[in-house]
Design a protein around this ligand. Structure first.
Ligand code: DC
Length: 219
C-alpha cells in the first residue's frame, strides 16, 4: 500500500467543489489524527492577494509567472496548520476578501503557477503526515496516495453555507472555471471515495472519512 508521501509520511487528499465542506472536514480529520492541515486554496489566494497588492495584472499570465518567480515565501506550521508566508507575513484575513476571491481563479489557471504550487505543496511533507485540501491534490499533487476523498453537496446547500459565512458568490460559475480550465482541472481523482455531504453535519462527514482512513491504514 502506498501512503502517498515520501519518507513514510501519510497524505490524506481532500478535493471537491467550492463550499463542499473541504476546509471544515479537513481540519476535523487532521485534529482527530494529529496530522498537519494544509489549505492549498489559501496558497493560491495568497498569490492572488500578492498580485493585487503589487499591481500585477492577474489576467497577464507572464506577469503572474514572473511574480511567482520573485516573491519571497516561506512555509511554517503553527498549531498543526501549515501556512505560506510572504516576506515573513501571513495574510490570513486579506486572502478572504471578495476582491481576492474574484482574482484567484485567474492565477490558479496559469500552468507556471500550478507548477510552483505543486512543488511547494509537496514540500509540506517536511511537517510529517498531512491532510491536504484543494482541487488537484489526488490528481496532481499526491496522485500516488491511497487516501483520496472527493467532497460535494448540492448547489443549493453549498450556496446556503457560503451565505451563512456572509459571502455571496456565484459558486456554479467558480466551479465551472475550476473544472473547465486546461491546467489541472477539478475532477474526481482515480480511486477517490466520493462523499456527497448534503444534509450531513461536519461531524458525520469527518467521522466517515476518519473511519475509512483507519480501515485502510496498515496495521
Ligand atoms: O478552496 P478555495 O476557495 O480557497 O480555493 C481558491 C481558488 O483556488 C479556487 O478558485 C480554486 C483554486 N484552487 C486550485 O485551483 N487548486 C487547489 N489545489 C486549491 C484551490
Amino acid at each position: 500500500m502506498s501512503a502517498g508521501g515520501q519518507r513514510g509520511s501519510i497524505v490524506i487528499a481532500i478535493d471537491g467543489t467550492s463550499a463542499s465542506g473541504k476546509s471544515t472536514n479537513a481540519r476535523l480529520v487532521a485534529k482527530a489524527l494529529d496530522y498537519a492541515y494544509v489549505d492549498t486554496g489559501a496558497m493560491y489566494r495568497t498569490l492572488a492577494w500578492y498580485c493585487l497588492k503589487n499591481g500585477v495584472d492577474v489576467h497577464d499570465a507572464k506577469a503572474v509567472a514572473a511574480a511567482v518567480r520573485r516573491w519571497k515565501t516561506r512555509l511554517d506550521c503553527v498549531d498543526g496548520h501549515v501556512r505560506l508566508l510572504v516576506d515573513g507575513y501571513h495574510p490570513a484575513r486579506e486572502i478572504r476578501t471578495a476582491e481576492t476571491s474574484a482574482a484567484v481563479p485567474h492565477v490558479a489557471a496559469i500552468p507556471r503557477v500550478r507548477t510552483w504550487m505543486v512543488k511547494t505543496q509537496r514540500d509540506c511533507l517536511r511537517f510529517g503526515n498531512l491532510v491536504m485540501e484543494g482541487r488537484d491534490i489526488g490528481t496532481h499533487v499526491f496522485p500516488e496516495t491511497d487516501f483520496k476523498f472527493y467532497l460535494d453537496a448540492s448547489l443549493d446547500e453549498r450556496t446556503r453555507r457560503r451565505q451563512a459565512e456572509g459571502v455571496h458568490e456565484d459558486l456554479a460559475k467558480r466551479d465551472r472555471r475550476d473544472s473547465e480550465r486546461r491546467a489541472a482541472p477539478l475532477m474526481i481523482p482515480l480511486g477517490a471515495m466520493v462523499v456527497n455531504n448534503s444534509g450531513q453535519t461536519p461531524e458525520q462527514t469527518s467521522n466517515l472519512i476518519i473511519a475509512e482512513v483507519r480501515r485502510r491504514l496498515p496495521a
